[in-house]
Design a binder for this molecule. Structure first.
Ligand SMILES: [Zn+2]
Length: 265
């Protein structure tokens, strides 16, 4: 099966999987770029997968359903009013285009957030749960809820491709580098990303084994991170405390970047 990610809206990615003239789309926040790719690759859309109910993930469904009225739209219960026609839950298997997609409940960003893991290809569509070098905002769950979802993802095979729904890589790396300025893997990955950004706004999709190195939210056991965030690690501290602390720092960091950019421009 082939896979393509399309930049959409402000910083979203829409994923299209295709084979033998048929296509499956994940999180179509906007229909126009999906129609463009379907047309370009001569594809008939045969299904839609939804990770959660936010508009930037479901906004294109109505137009796509008008063009392809009978296609199934798979989503969790929270997406029932946004166009989902097949409600799925943790552990369900969706069989489509000769592939199986296991539904994983990944709450935290929203309570009904799900991901889809394709075992054959080792692809995980994780919406707004994990991003390249970062993790999603906790909008409905608690830090523990989100951390459990991150641990679930971290237990997948190391060569799993992490297919997320937003492009936040540079901002995530900036945050990670303030914590770990001397981390060589982070530094070289940031250099690579900046080089690519000179000619493309689509950045590489990473696999879990690299995320374990560049994603601080997957490194909550790391002694370097314990030290850098100013916690006395001789106390009994669990990884969840580190995760909670990191997520709060990241929220403030984004606000700082935003304020700074307004001031400059
Ligand atoms: Zn969202």
């Amino acid at each position: 099966m082939n896979i393509v990610k399309i930049p959409a809206l402000k910083d979203n990615y829409i994923w299209i999987l295709y084979n033998k003239g048929k296509g499956l789309v994940i999180d179509p926040g906007d229909a126009s770029p999906v129609f463009y790719i379907l047309d370009k690759l001569h594809l008939t859309l045969i299904g839609i997968l939804l990770t959660h109910y936010h508009t930037d993930h479901v906004g294109g469904i109505d137009r796509l359903k008008k063009a392809f009225p009978d296609i199934p739209v798979y989503g969790s219960y929270e997406t029932r009013h946004t166009g989902a026609t097949r409600i799925v839950q943790d552990g369900n298997i969706i069989r489509i285009m000769d592939h199986s997609f296991k539904v994983m409940h990944l709450p935290g960003h929203t309570l009904g957030h799900i991901g889809f893991f394709c075992d054959k290809e080792k692809w995980l569509f994780c919406g707004d749960t994990l991003f390249t070098a970062g993790c999603g905002k906790i909008l409905e769950g608690t830090p523990q809820t989100m951390y459990n979802s991150i641990i679930k993802i971290n237990s997948l095979p190391l060569d799993t491709l992490i297919c997320s729904s937003h492009e936040y890589t540079l901002q995530n790396l900036k945050f990670a580098r303030t914590l770990l300025p001397e981390d060589n893997i982070l530094l070289s990955f940031e250099k690579k990303v900046k080089k690519i950004l000179n000619h493309s706004k689509i950045l590489p999709t990473t696999k879990l084994f690299l995320e374990r190195k560049i994603n601080v939210f997957l490194r909550c056991n790391d002694i370097e991170i314990y030290k850098k965030i100013g916690i006395n690690y001789t106390n009994i501290i669990q990884p969840i405390h580190i995760f909670t602390h990191l997520r709060k720092m990241k929220d403030t960091f984004v606000m700082f970047l935003f304020t700074y950019s307004i001031f400059i421009f």
